[in-house]
Design a protein around this ligand. Structure first.
Ligand code: SAM
Length: 198
């Protein structure tokens, strides 16, 4: 005992709206949105997700955790959620705000390599929050290959502000289905499912 009391745990930071806005100002293309997703959109993404059995969910581009909170709120155990976020400051925010959830600081395009070993072979749903619509077809193809490498045959979910499919799915060899829509997001958003073999 050195006479100093242990440091209290850091309080979980909940919103992160300011962090989000600051990152958007620095790199709008990487962020793709000026504010975090709404709880209503999060609930729709959670409803389209599967973690049956001992399955887990991987969320790419988790930002400040808006969708992650909805997944946890829908009953996904924290240890079965893995977040990937490329901005170190946001990844740090996620670790503080969402105890028990594994947060990988890294690039979603390298998913098969950066996915924690304990989760390999158990990924039931890949959720994409990164702004794919702005990327050229070859980068979108690379993304689809990364998702396939981590969760073979399962495809991925993508939420978007586009009224039509944000991906040229046929050119990517994917089938596309719009599974949900909500006006309760800024801007209004849809949840798309992309599956291999379109
Ligand atoms: C539209 S925001 C979504 C944030 C959050 N999921 C939400 O719905 O509020 C996109 C997020 O993707 C992250 N991102 C962009 N490119 C990425 C990449 N290649 N790998 C991992 N994260 C990425 C950005 O830093 C940002 O946090």
């Amino acid at each position: 005992m050195d006479g100093f009391p242990a440091a209290p745990p850091r309080p979980a930071r909940q919103g992160g709206a300011w962090l989000f806005l600051r990152r958007w100002a620095r790199d709008p293309l990487q962020m793709g949105s000026i504010i975090p997703s709404s709880p209503a959109l999060g609930r729709r993404v959670a409803r389209a997700s599967d973690w049956s059995g001992d399955g887990c969910v991987v969320e790419l581009g988790a930002g400040t955790g808006a969708i992650s909170r909805a997944l946890l709120g829908a009953g996904l155990p924290p240890e079965r959620l893995c977040l990937v976020e490329i901005v170190p400051e946001m990844a740090e925010h996620l670790r503080a705000a969402l105890p028990g959830v594994e947060v990988v600081t890294g690039d979603a395009f390298a998913l098969p390599d950066i996915l924690p070993r304990r989760l390999r072979g158990r990924v039931r749903t890949v959720i994409c929050g990164i702004p794919l619509v702005l990327l050229p077809l070859e980068r979108q193809r690379a993304f689809a290959a990364a998702a396939e490498g981590a969760a073979p045959g399962r495809g991925f979910l993508l939420y978007t502000y586009c009224a039509t499919s944000p991906l040229r799915h046929r050119a990517l060899g994917l089938a596309a289905r719009r599974e949900a829509f909500t006006l309760l997001n800024f801007p209004p958003a849809s949840v798309w499912r992309y599956s291999p073999g379109g």
